[in-house]
Design a protein around this ligand. Sequence first.
Ligand code: UDP
Length: 334
Amino acid sequence: MILITGGAGYIGSHCAVEFLKDGFDVLIFDNFSTGHREIIQNIQSKYKSAVFCEGDLRNKSDIDNLFKSYKIDAVIHLAAYSIVSESFNVPEKYYENNVCATINLLNSMLENSVMNIIFSSTAAVYGEPLYLPIDEKHSKKPINPYGKTKLMIENIMDDYDIAYRLKSVRLRYFNVIGADYENGLGEWHDNETHLVPIILKSALKNDFVFKIFGKDYSTKDGTCIRDYIDVRDLVAAHKLAYYYLIKNQISDVFNIGTQKGYSVKEIYEIIVEILGKKIPVEYAPKRNGDSAVLLASAKKAENLLGWRYKKTLYESIKSAYEWERYLINLKASN
Ligand code: UDP
């Protein structure tokens, strides 16, 4: 059985379905701090075998109970807080929930002889790029507390490998977008901060104006450039990483991105074109902790995992749009 922490969240829920589709026994664990019960219902309505347990990784006994109650073979660890601005305002929340909780999880794994973990890391571990595209060997100097917590966890995992041979594959995600809306899954944050859903929300609801953070970055149009990866391609990478880990029994790290960069302004313009309507926009000051450009080299994942992204930016944004409409209807009917 595979344990997926944070399985009621955006990436975790897509991950659960990716493994369920392939016939794996999946145990989803979540504390609903940012995940949603409706997502678990959507998963269980299609996959009756999916098991769900509510609990918090900060309580070691919650995790110990999981390992005592189920025969867990490997862990996919996604439970974390991931909002950069919040990580500046309340860093302790990030260090406790991301770092301390992961130590609890790793210790419980060791005590129960579960020695394989896939970990959701981030492009934020790199900080300001010294060269592009960023490969896995690039120096790691995170410029926000969120990125620091993820790098700390990667370092802890290295030390657990040296000391105990606990093997981990870390996937450094670039900017995740899109939705498996046909399976009732998508990005659902109560206080949304991410670019694509924010633009879609402002277009569909018309109750706030979308703001572009910063217009004088040293990029082609002055706005930040990011590498946008579809969540459905991202979770396919998790499955390949799982097979890689089980087969080779080595710890490793992979960037997961498309190697294509789009500026904030370009994303805005593409959404205007897809929706075929004007979306009000204004410029606002730069956001703390934003790198000017983040662009992945995903060659290593291509060569060693046999992974490559498949979805076009258009398909990803279209799916995010369908999901946003689903979410608005769901909220209206509640
Ligand atoms: N961004 C923006 N306006 C928003 C939200 C995001 O201009 O309302 C920009 C942000 O500054 C960054 C890019 O969009 O350059 C992607 O931000 P997001 O929060 O989606 O992901 P992050 O890069 O922080 O992981």
